[in-house]
Design a protein. Structure first.
Length: 352
């Protein structure tokens, strides 16, 4: 593993691990601590920064499995609940009998691993889904709230009749999880089959989930909210336009709270939009694979544009990188943002 400070980019570069490229980075922030999770080969790794992303520790292996999907947003997720770091991922023992193009497991479960010592060691994983093999598509999201609450949402195939959106709540820092909750099922038979959901928890504890629907031929983004993580209200369509598409774009979106104000960012067609429920949508540019972070008084959005990455913040758009894909972003306490992305088998991490 290579760990270096690139002063010309003000960025940290990690990878590869052995001969394996490092993929699908995700970030979580608590004060000056930045937690990073990513995958390589058949394993999931964690690294930490205690100086707001200027340097990172050597990676620690969280777990390994026969099948670890690491493409099109199927990698691990990370959240910090109090003094506990929680990593989640869909892993499996055998590949799909159909040898799915994305290397998905036929027996995959969504599992959460906890660390009580800052990521140095990891406890045995806990399976979140209560029907074995339900989340084999590998697409999920994880968020932490106050007082040890966590919520996970995922694409679920338990019925064998279309893809639905399910979730589960933990109130003890990820040690145990609730009975799975049906968040949404499309009257058209299935939500978008391979676009990842995103979840965030507001300051008051509101849990909000966004996903790409498939409804009467439209692949638009929808939002559902819950006060307790057990019951969700009626779905709300995001944005004023619609995307008629007879295919799955494999592109979900991002969601973030600034206090209790909710922001979402996502793609419709070739355009990227920022949207806050009850406000007009705002076109930010063109691209895909959108991620968002919201802090005190500032919202930052990053996305793939061509071969590189574009960053938007405070009404200004700038080129973040000439080469990169699948970005993740998190807000820092000083109002800035930290971004991680894949680039030529490595992960690059940069502050705006």
């Amino acid at each position: 593993m290579i760990l270096s400070l690139l002063t010309t980019m003000l960025a940290v570069s990690l990878g590869p691990i052995g001969s394996e490229p490092v993929r699908e980075p995700q970030l979580a922030v608590n004060g000056s601590t930045v937690a990073l999770v990513f995958g390589a080969g058949n394993a999931i790794y964690f690294a930490a920064s205690h100086d707001s992303g200027k340097t990172f520790s050597s990676p620690v292996k969280v777990t390994e499995a026969a099948v670890v999907p690491l493409n099109r947003h199927r990698g691990p997720r990370i959240a910090i609940a109090g003094n506990t770091i929680v990593v989640s991922a869909v892993t499996g023992r055998t590949l799909s009998h159909e040898q799915h193009a994305h290397g998905l497991p036929s027996d995959g479960d969504l599992t959460a691993w906890r660390s009580l010592d800052g990521g140095k060691t990891w406890l045995k994983g806990v399976v979140v889904n209560d029907v074995p093999g339900a989340p084999t598509e590998g697409l999920h999201s994880l968020a932490a709230g106050l007082r040890g609450a966590l919520f996970a949402a995922w694409l679920d195939k338990r019925s064998g009749n279309g893809t639905k959106l399910y979730g589960a709540l933990s109130t003890d820092h990820g040690a145990t999880w609730s009975k799975n909750v049906l968040i949404y099922q499309s009257p058209s038979g299935s939500i978008c089959e391979c676009c990842h959901p995103s979840v965030a928890i507001g300051a008051s504890g509101e849990i909000s989930v966004i996903w790409r629907n498939s409804l009467a031929g439209a692949r638009d983004m929808y939002l559902a909210r819950s006060r307790d993580g057990l019951r969700f209200g009626a779905p709300e369509k995001l944005g004023s336009g619609t995307w008629q598409l007879n295919a799955c774009p494999m592109d979900g979106g991002g969601i973030a709270f600034s206090g209790d104000r909710l922001f979402t960012a996502w793609r419709r067609g070739e355009n990227v939009y920022l949207d806050s429920p009850g406000k007009p949508e705002q076109k930010l540019g063109t691209g895909k694979d959108v991620a968002i972070a919201a802090g005190v008084g500032k919202v930052s959005v990053v996305w793939s544009a061509g071969a590189g990455l574009t960053l938007w913040g405070e009404g200004k758009t700038s080129k973040l990188a000439d080469n990169g894909e699948f970005p993740a972003i998190a807000g820092l306490p000083d109002g800035s943002a930290i971004v991680a992305w894949e680039s030529n088998g490595k992960i690059v991490i940069s502050r705006d």
